[in-house]
Design a protein around this ligand. Structure first.
Ligand SMILES: [Zn+2]
Ligand SMILES: [Zn+2]
Length: 212
């Protein structure tokens, strides 16, 4: 656990100083702790959840926003991701000296509404993706208990990896399209952006259900 494991934050939803860390994903590189972690918080009054992204990730998103500003769509995506990661810090500020509330909500993925039958879906599998030991975000596989509808959600980090791959392929594909080879890159870029859009749509189609 990080040094600020006893941190109590103000809940953006109900306004009470009862949001505590329920899960701490330590970020390791080459097997060594980087000292930074991505932390999941849950308000113990109303069940509201939010994630505080690790600081290096936010810095990386900020740098990519500037670097990809020329590709417009890439710059826009990373500007949104930066804001998305910074916002929970601002909306749920630390309350110094607040007592630890009794824990009512555990560290499980929130249940989501099934887009197919309107029933309840639960997370069956969380996958942590790494490429050459570089964290590339998480994916979450959900399944509906009633109709067996399944879907996959991707974390902000995973979406960023998709957007980065898509932008990169677009940058190679556009100048080389006249040589014919560019078409392959553009097709691959379309796949990346397709998965990106599909993941975002899945997030919107399966809203989080309140705790039972
Ligand atoms: Zn709350
Ligand atoms: Zn269903």
């Amino acid at each position: 656990m990080s040094a600020n494991a006893n941190e109590v934050r103000k809940c953006a939803k109900c306004g009470q100083a009862t949001a505590v860390c329920i899960r701490d994903w330590q970020v390791t590189r080459f097997g060594l702790s980087t000292g930074s972690s991505t932390r999941d918080f849950c308000c113990q009054s109303c069940g509201h959840r939010f994630t505080l992204a690790q600081v290096p990730q936010i810095v990386a998103f900020g740098i990519l926003t500037v670097l990809l500003a020329i590709t417009l769509c890439g710059g826009f995506v990373f500007a949104c991701l930066t804001a998305y990661c910074v916002w929970p810090y601002v909306a749920n500020p630390v309350v110094p000296g607040a007592p630890m509330p009794p824990v009512r909500f555990r560290a499980t993925e929130p249940r989501r509404k099934c887009a197919s039958c309107g029933g309840v879906t639960t997370c069956r599998l969380v996958t942590k993706h790494t490429v050459n030991l570089i964290p590339m975000g998480h994916s979450y596989d959900y399944a509906c208990t009633a109709c067996r509808h399944t879907f996959r959600l991707r974390s902000a980090g995973r979406l960023a990896a998709m957007a980065l791959g898509g932008s990169f392929l677009l940058l190679i594909g556009v100048p080389t399209v006249t040589v014919g080879l560019g078409l392959i890159f553009l097709l691959a870029a379309a796949v990346y952006w397709g998965v990106f859009a599909w993941s975002l749509a899945n997030l919107l189609r399966h809203p989080v259900l309140p705790e039972a």
